[in-house]
Every structure is written in structure tokens, then in C-alpha cells.
Design a protein around this ligand. Structure first.
Ligand SMILES: N[C@@H](CCC(=O)N[C@@H](CS)C(=O)NCC(=O)O)C(=O)O
Length: 233
């Protein structure tokens, strides 16, 4: 039977990764359909007026057109939690719930800007279009822009395993997705400076819920990038 959940986008999007991971934890069947950001088809603009990826379709609601679709990864994950409640990825305590949403937002904005626009794009997008990667921009991001964000997150983990309480939540998934975006190209941050954060990244990389997405990314990047870049030198 075909999966009722379809994600339009690319596995290389950290936002798609977040949605895939939520589906993975909840053990949901889903399909992915590629959408080229550089040349968005008209039908896609109808589904997502922001012109961003990913967008979710639930064919239980509608199989075509914009009905049955939800743009924005945070909206998608919240929808999946409501429809498929277990295992829960959002805390039930109101304050913890608010904190989890805040950490997700921090990952989706500050980390995505730095890691995505400042590092992933200058390297990967250049490679995809057959150009030399802009390592100067990527190195500046790695050395100057990302460390304060890592410091903040390390402080939030406070030596623990999870951002909120004692179990996996959307906060851990969102942060890990953004960290994977840079890890795929330049490896992890310094584990001596950010031990809890790197520990979280490693545990999430080994988690079955990320396997499909990370495997797809590895395949795509392997074609243009024989090995990771060392930005620490
Ligand atoms: N808040 C959105 C952000 C999505 C987003 O920014 N996606 C990137 C790709 S990873 C994008 O589509 N950017 C538009 C562009 O580059 O033109 C979400 O969570 O889905």
C-alpha cells in the first residue's frame, strides 16, 4: 500500500531531515519526492507560497492540489505529533513544551542561517555547479559565527543528554538536523569545547530515525565531494 505521507523537497534540506526524523521515531511510512529549489515548478508554488522546501502532503486528506498539504517543517512536525501521538516528541508540561519549541526555533533560524547560508551553501552549492567551494566564507562561519551558537546550546544541555527533561524531544532533533548539515561537509565541532553537544550529535547520527535521510545525503554528496573539508587549519 502506498504511504499516505509524502514529503516534497530534498534530503539535503535540514528541515526535511527534521520531518523525516520525526516520522522515523514514530515509525511512519513515507515517500519523498524531489523538488528542485533552483527551478520550482508552478504546481509547487501553489502548495507553498513561501517557495521553500519541504512541504508535506497527507493523502488521507487530499491526493492532489494544495488541499492536504502543509508547508514549514515546524508546522509539519506539530501536525504529525497530533495525528500520531506516540511516541511523544513534545513535552506535556507547558513550560517544557515552550522551551522545546524555543530550542527548535533557535536551530531553525540562527543555526540554519549560519550553518546553511554560511557554510553548507558556499561549499555544497558550489560543488554542485562545478565550481570551487568558497572555503574562506565557510571557514569564517566555522571559526567565528557557529561557536557562540554551540556555546549557548552546550549551556542549555548543561552536561546532560537531552535539552528538555530526560528524553528525546523535537528540540534534540531540530538541533541535530542543523549540526548534521555542517558535519556532512566539515565534521563535528571540537568535542573538548562542546562535549555534550557533540555527544548528542553522535547519538542522533547513530539513531535509526535518521538513517534513511543521512544515507540519501551521503549518496548525493559522495558524487561531488570525495572527502570532508578541514576548516580548523
Ligand atoms: N521555516 C522553513 C524553512 C525552510 C527553508 O528555509 N528551506 C530552505 C532549503 S533548506 C529553502 O527552501 N530556501 C529557499 C531558497 O533557498 O530559495 C521550514 O521549517 O520548513
Amino acid at each position: 500500500m502506498a504511504a499516505n505521507l509524502i514529503i516534497y523537497g530534498s534530503p539535503l534540506s535540514p528541515f526535511q531531515r527534521k520531518v523525516e526524523a520525526v516520522m522515523g521515531v514514530k515509525e511512519l511510512e513515507y515517500e519523498t519526492k524531489a523538488v528542485n529549489l533552483g527551478n520550482l515548478p508552478d504546481w509547487y508554488n501553489e502548495l507553498n507560497p513561501l517557495g521553500s522546501i519541504p512541504t508535506l502532503r497527507d493523502t488521507d486528506i487530499a491526493g492532489d492540489g494544495s488541499m492536504g498539504t502543509i508547508p514549514d517543517s515546524s508546522a509539519m512536525c506539530a501536525y504529525l505529533e497530533k495525528k500520531y501521538a506516540k511516541p511523544a516528541l513534545y513535552p506535556s508540561d507547558p513550560f517544557r513544551y515552550g522551551r522545546a519549541l524555543w530550542i527548535e526555533e533557535f536551530a531553525d533560524t540562527a543555526m540554519a542561517r549560519a550553518g546553511g547560508l554560511g557554510l553548507f551553501r558556499p561549499i555544497a552549492f558550489a560543488l554542485f555547479s562545478g565550481k570551487e567551494p568558497d572555503l574562506a566564507t565557510a571557514r569564517k562561519t566555522w571559526i567565528e559565527d557557529l561557536p557562540p551558537l554551540f556555546d549557548y546550546l552546550e549551556g542549555q544541555l548543561d552536561g546532560g543528554e537531552w535539552f528538555i527533561g530526560d528524553r528525546l524531544t523535537i528540540a534534540d532533533i531540530a538541533v541535530a538536523c542543523q549540526m548534521m548539515q555542517t558535519d556532512m561537509l566539515v565534521g563535528p565541532p571540537d568535542a573538548e569545547k562542546w562535549p555534550a553537544l557533540v555527544n548528542l550529535l553522535n547519538r542522533m547520527k547513530a539513531h535509526a530515525a535518521f538513517r534513511a535521510n543521512l544515507g540519501a545525503c551521503e549518496k548525493i554528496l559522495g558524487k561531488v565531494m570525495p572527502e570532508k573539508y578541514d576548516l580548523n587549519v
